[in-house]
Design a protein around this ligand. Structure first.
Ligand code: NDP
Ligand code: 2IT
Length: 453
């Protein structure tokens, strides 16, 4: 990047900062994309003339609303809900809903911004959005969750629709919550349409959707390794999280012969040096879905393992690292530790789990580093396929969907290589740059076609 471009970049980021006070995650996500896109568009006048990056970094709209519900003791509770519709240049808004006490407008804006590029990378016609609420499902009864979801949808329904905006799950929103919200949407509108994805199979859900994000991350990791004549087989993998993404990533890694040695949740991580195999994973899945238990319980069931309270797993030596819990869970220091311990590849299952310092470490050290917007796109891709099946009122077979997922992940990998290959870099690919630019170009060119709107 030339000195002038760098000055322009800093000025641009300072403007984003000023216009979005108190929203550090949002500024971080925009900065990460801008670092690559500024360089790419330096000699492409029309993107400047039409202020494309400036426009993508201003959400189409941010809706926030009050969500009242009654708990089991008859207390009235008040939460805040949001839907951030970032950009619909290439298709209806699409992106998950997050229910977690840490949710803020900044977090949902960063997620909607990232989603815009991720959805573009899939090659499917989907714009970018995200939503959620500062509601904590932990410790709530099924009936409390139901009442919250119904109240949330009673406002959200005005802003979404099968051809307008199609939400799905994310942290704290799984099949149970999607079921409650779909039921309420159908009841209010009297329409049975594909307004949500991640539905159960009985009412329009798609096979493979539960597995898609985690499996897709591992397919992408395989594609990166394959380019170097390597595989995941026999390698030690450190995984964070123990939710939908983490458990399916661990499952696919283990099926392919890697040894997964950690899982985590917000209380800490478990380390099982003998490997978390299919049988142990089945136990964790049941723990998390049936009992909504904590990962610390793993060591009572499997005494060879240890629990590390309040810690993240990045100091455990490994060749593969898959952060699959939440944003900024892997810092620059963690990245340096991973590299020093011999880690050769990192694939992000979560959205923006590596902070900006960490991203720079991985880029500078030239390890294989797949950013979330590329590596975890399999989930939203199969959501896109769920939308297609709903529109056509058909259901594809597991085999068809599995092949689609593999093909889509391979396509994303190829787009990253096309835009991220480092000139004179002995075949090295900067996957962050590749994903940012490939994701940007499709959205930007659609926006150019529409003129100034
Ligand atoms: P789940 O709710 O199923 O699981 C989330 C996991 O992350 C849990 O183990 C949870 O632990 C842990 N976690 C959540 N917040 C924190 C925190 N603040 N600190 C430490 N651990 C935390 O969510 P998903 O698996 O669906 O999502 C995980 C990540 O993957 C998110 O970044 C999400 O945006 C991303 N993602 C999800 C997709 C999907 O299809 N579901 C698609 C693409 C990306 P605890 O139980 O203690 O909260
Ligand atoms: O971050 C994500 O891509 C998701 N949570 C999935 C979104 C979706 O619409 O399936």
């Amino acid at each position: 990047m030339s000195v002038t471009d760098h000055v322009d970049l800093e000025r641009f980021v300072a403007g984003v900062h000023k216009r979005n006070p108190g929203q550090p995650e949002y500024v971080q996500a925009v900065r990460e994309v801008a670092e690559d896109v500024f360089d790419y568009i330096a000699d492409k006048e029309q993107y400047h003339e039409y202020q494309i990056l400036r426009r993508i970094a201003e959400p189409d709209r941010v809706v926030s609303f009050r969500v009242c519900w009654e708990d089991d003791n008859g207390n009235i509770r008040v939460q805040r809900g949001w839907r951030v519709q970032n950009n619909n240049a290439i298709g209806p808004y699409k992106g998950g809903l997050r229910f977690h006490p840490s949710v803020t407008e900044s977090i949902l804006k960063f997620l909607a911004f990232e989603q815009t590029f991720k959805n573009s990378l899939t090659g499917l016609p989907m714009g970018g959005a995200k939503g959620g609420a500062n509601f904590n499902p932990r410790g709530k009864s099924d009936h409390e969750v139901m009442r919250f979801c119904q109240s949330f949808m009673t406002e959200l329904y005005r802003h979404v629709g099968a051809d307008v905006d199609v939400p799905a799950g994310d942290i704290g929103v799984g099949p149970r919550e999607i079921g409650f919200m779909f039921g309420q949407y159908k009841r209010i509108t009297n329409q049975f349409t594909g307004v949500l994805t991640g539905k159960a199979l009985e009412f329009g859900g798609s096979l493979i959707r539960p597995e898609a994000t985690g499996y897709g991350v591992v397919y992408f990791l395989q594609d990166m390794l394959e380019r170097r004549g390597d595989t995941v087989e026999g390698k030690v993998a450190v995984v964070s999280g123990s939710g939908n993404v983490a458990l399916h990533a661990a499952e696919k890694l283990s099926q392919l012969g890697a040894k997964v040695v950690t899982l985590s949740d917000s209380d800490g991580f478990v380390h099982d040096p003998s490997g978390i195999d299919a049988e142990k994973l089945a136990w964790v899945k049941a723990l998390k879905s049936n009992r909504r238990g904590r990962i610390a319980e793993y060591v009572d069931r499997f005494p060879g393992a240890t629990f590390h309270a309040g810690q993240r797993p990045w100091a455990v030596p490994c060749e593969l690292a898959l952060p699959c819990a939440t944003q900024n869970e892997l810092t620059g220091d963690d990245a340096r530790t991973l590299v020093a311990n011999g880690c050769i590849a990192v694939a992000e299952g979560a959205n923006m789990p590596t902070d900006l310092d960490g991203v720079h470490v991985f880029k500078d050290e030239r390890i294989l580093f797949a950013p979330g917007k590329a590596a975890n796109a399999g989930g939203v891709a199969v959501s896109g396929l769920e939308m297609s099946q709903n529109s056509a009122r058909i259901s594809w077979s597991e085999e068809q969907l599995r092949q689609h997922l593999i093909d889509i992940m391979r396509g994303i990998h190829e787009r990253c290589v096309a835009y991220g290959a480092v000139p004179g870099g002995d075949g090295h690919v900067d996957y962050v740059r590749g994903a940012n630019i490939a994701g940007f170009v499709k959205v930007a060119d659609a926006m150019l076609a529409f003129g100034v709107v």
